[in-house]
Design a protein around this ligand. Sequence first.
Ligand code: GLA
Length: 325
Amino acid sequence: MKLLKLAATVAALAVPAFAFAQDVKIGFVVKQPEEPWFQDEWKFADIAAAEKGFDVIQIGAVDGEKVMAAIDNLGAQGADGFIICTPDVNLGPGIVAKAAANGLKLMTVDDRLIGANGEPIEGVPHMGISARKIGEDVGNAIADAATERGWSLDEIGVIRVSYDQLPTAVDRVEGALDMLREAGVPEANIFDAPQARTDTEAALNAATIVLNKNPDVKYWAAVGLNDEAVLGAVRAAESVGISPDHMIGVGIGGSDSAINEFEKPDATGFYGTVIISPKRHGYETAMNMYEWITEGKEPDPLILTSGALATRDDYKEVRASLGIE
Ligand code: GLA
């Protein structure tokens, strides 16, 4: 009896304070699994996992119900924590509660959770992009390209492909628009095109309405949350017969959606993109979560990553300088 007790004590002592690498399971939940950006994030999370020997569980969750089910599912699979880009930032309190109920560590990527008071939930470590600054880069790129083409800034109509329920989207487009306003684009020339979802099709539908309503505008530019949003506006312009040299679209992302566009034999209205880093957002967040689980090292509360402008002419060099491919 005594011996048995002793054995049990030794066994209990032998249990490590933190999990072994091979036991660690980390969820990576994204709002839009078909978008190249999110596939790249997953790819880089997998690289971190292969390096350290943990498991990444990839889950696409396109709405609130799927998010909640995903978190329960991760709990049931014995995951230790997860990283999420939520389809709706207002799910914040629900996500935090669900994670806690399942004993899961929680980090967010790309889109920061909003609390009941309308403010970001600061207790959840987050990695996002420096949205305002990157937006400004977009606006400056458009103003420079327009000047280079000899356009007068007050002759340009700007399609603001918008998704205003997402704070990072507002920061991005407003950063861009402020630079365009400063460069001389009149407020009356800025047209809101609210997209129902953050994909190309929704942006195309929204932008088409703006273009049809404003047939007299001479030149067009487009800004949006990401490459997909701007591509939607570019496709809309093509569909109403606006030629590529009358449209300047600058996106944010630099994943396959943008690269495919640059690789087309003829230039389109998709003039450029500010390349951001899926490696940092995928690899680094996974590593941070892994160290949190295995070493108890808490991730930085807030990291904002930067971007670099690339156009059809220089995207290969810009990618090389960023260490992509
Ligand atoms: C948001 C967008 C994505 C991507 C990320 C980058 O989640 O929807 O397309 O731009 O931000 O952080």
